[in-house]
Design a protein around this ligand. Structure first.
Ligand SMILES: Cc1cc2nc3c(=O)[nH]c(=O)nc-3n(C[C@H](O)[C@H](O)[C@H](O)COP(=O)(O)O)c2cc1C
Length: 160
């Protein structure tokens, strides 16, 4: 995300910025809640899904979002007077930016490179590479060739 001042995110927002702390009430709705009863982390995961939805919605409105995570959670809890059971999950800066980059800025800056999709997807078991999708006309599901769309193939009129 462009930063008119020092080139990094914290100073990167122009005007109308809002800071939004998204929290999780770990006791909401009592002890028996779908998902959380079995695995206590699920409420946190749900909150992260909500953050992602907010992020996508903001971007579709032309707003930039930055997740600021380098702080001590207990500091945020103190400043915002959060009760003990309220967990600060995400601290977001949302605002207008001068432009969006074509590639992630940290990738351009050389922090990390994009990993090939094949390294990140394991099919039917860890360490098993995905099969490539066969050319049109059939084949079993697998990864499309790099650069090709993942969507459904176009509908074809069946042969008569
Ligand atoms: C979980 C998470 C934590 C992050 N923490 C920080 C952070 O502490 N500082 C920072 O500069 N960027 C952080 N980022 C990255 C920025 O939020 C993100 O790269 C930037 O807003 C660009 O957004 P864009 O991908 O929509 O262009 C974090 C991202 C995620 C997903």
């Amino acid at each position: 995300m462009p930063a008119p001042s020092d080139g990094w995110l914290y100073g990167g927002y122009r005007t109308d910025t809002i800071n939004l702390c998204i929290t999780c009430d770990r006791d909401r709705a009592g002890p028996v809640v779908i998902g959380r009863t079995h695995d206590h982390r699920m409420d946190l995961y749900s909150v992260v899904c909500a953050v992602q939805n907010l992020w996508l919605a903001a971007r579709s409105e032309g707003l930039g979002v930055g997740w600021v995570s380098i702080f001590r959670p207990e500091d945020i809890k103190r400043v915002l007077s959060l009760p003990e059971n309220i967990v600060p999950v995400a601290y977001l800066c949302i605002g207008r930016v001068s432009h969006f980059h074509d590639r992630p800025e940290l990738e351009t800056a050389g922090w990390r490179s994009r990993l090939p999709l094949e390294q990140l997807i394991h099919m039917n078991g860890w360490g098993q590479p995905p099969r490539r999708r066969r050319p049109a006309g059939g084949g079993r599901p697998g990864l499309p060739e790099q650069g090709r769309s993942v969507g459904s193939p176009p509908l074809r009129k069946p042969a008569t």
